[in-house]
Design a protein around this ligand. Structure first.
Ligand code: PAF
Length: 281
């Protein structure tokens, strides 16, 4: 992979990289298409990273569909698939970790201690191997994207971090490899995350600027779904990830909930431009 990466850097067009854990869906393919639109070669990695899963989490049962993924990537026109083994990424004696202080212990990090240490460590390792000019991440994992941008800035990485829109099912559910775990009742209930966020978007469009009222309304929608157990419902500043009381600048409404046994996250991006607010779901 390093040899390919060296050749790629000599090309005229920037090399693009899409890191994934496989079980590819339209969300991943939208990142691949965004990469193909501006980069060549495009490299996709598939690595189910053990260090970002907690001891009680789904590392063992995480869907692994390498052959089907390989085919989809080939059809999409991807140039290289990098699918390393655990022992290559974490050889014996591995000791170095990356931690983005402050941003990594809030929200997802509070519910999943150590998760972001695993994510930022593996992403830095992948970026060091592939050395792309551009790396593409989905906004569905908004906190992850924020941490990776911070890491890239703090560590003077040469890769530009590009965050792409959320891709949704026709009923609004954000695409995720974990949606495959949902049984039919849970699949129906899972749209509650989208409905809570969309309700906030509509209130905001009607002029609501009080973040506490928007959060209360989202909690209410979540509470009405018996299969949903929220982990958090927050409206935060997109840069600091600190809760806000009024909409200002760029904010994120972030939700995480267990639907039955399946943990899902989703978010709404709210941007202030020239005094008006634009919400992107
Ligand atoms: O978002 C993911 O799929 C993973 O967290 C990532 C960025 C590939 C790191 O393992």
């Amino acid at each position: 992979m390093k040899q390919v990466a060296r050749q790629a850097r000599a090309e005229e067009r920037p090399a693009g990289f899409v890191p994934t854990m496989g079980a590819l869906h339209e969300g991943h393919l939208s990142l691949v298409r965004a990469a193909l639109a501006e980069c060549r070669p495009v490299i996709v990695s598939i690595f189910v990273n053990p260090t970002q899963f907690g001891p009680q989490e789904d590392f063992q049962k995480y869907p692994r569909t390498l052959e089907a993924d390989r085919k989809r990537l080939e059809e999409a026109g991807v140039d290289y698939l990098f699918a390393p083994e655990i022992a290559e990424m974490y050889p014996q004696g591995f000791r170095t970790w990356v931690n983005v202080e402050g941003l990594s212990d809030r929200l997802e990090g509070r519910v999943r201690p150590g998760h972001f240490r695993g994510v930022t460590t593996v992403v830095l390792k992948l970026l060091s191997i592939v050395q792309p000019q551009k790396a593409f991440f989905g906004r569905k994992d908004a906190q992850q994207a924020r941490l990776i941008q911070q890491m890239a800035r703090d560590l003077h990485l040469d890769s530009e971090i590009i965050v792409c829109p959320i891709v949704r099912e026709p009923d609004g559910l954000a695409m995720s490899s974990r949606n495959a775990y949902l049984n039919p009742d849970e699949r129906c209930a899972a749209t509650v995350l989208y409905h809570a966020l969309d309700g906030a978007r509509r209130s905001m469009e009607r002029g609501e600027r009080d973040a506490l009222r928007l959060v209360a309304a989202m909690r209410e929608v979540m509470r009405a779904e018996p299969l949903a157990q929220p982990d958090y419902v927050e409206l935060v500043d997109a840069e600091t990830l600190e809760p806000v009381t009024r909409l200002r600048g760029t904010c994120l409404a972030l939700l995480a909930a267990r639907i039955g046994t399946v943990r899902l996250i989703d978010n709404l991006l709210i941007e202030e431009r020239d005094g008006t607010f634009l919400a992107t779901i």
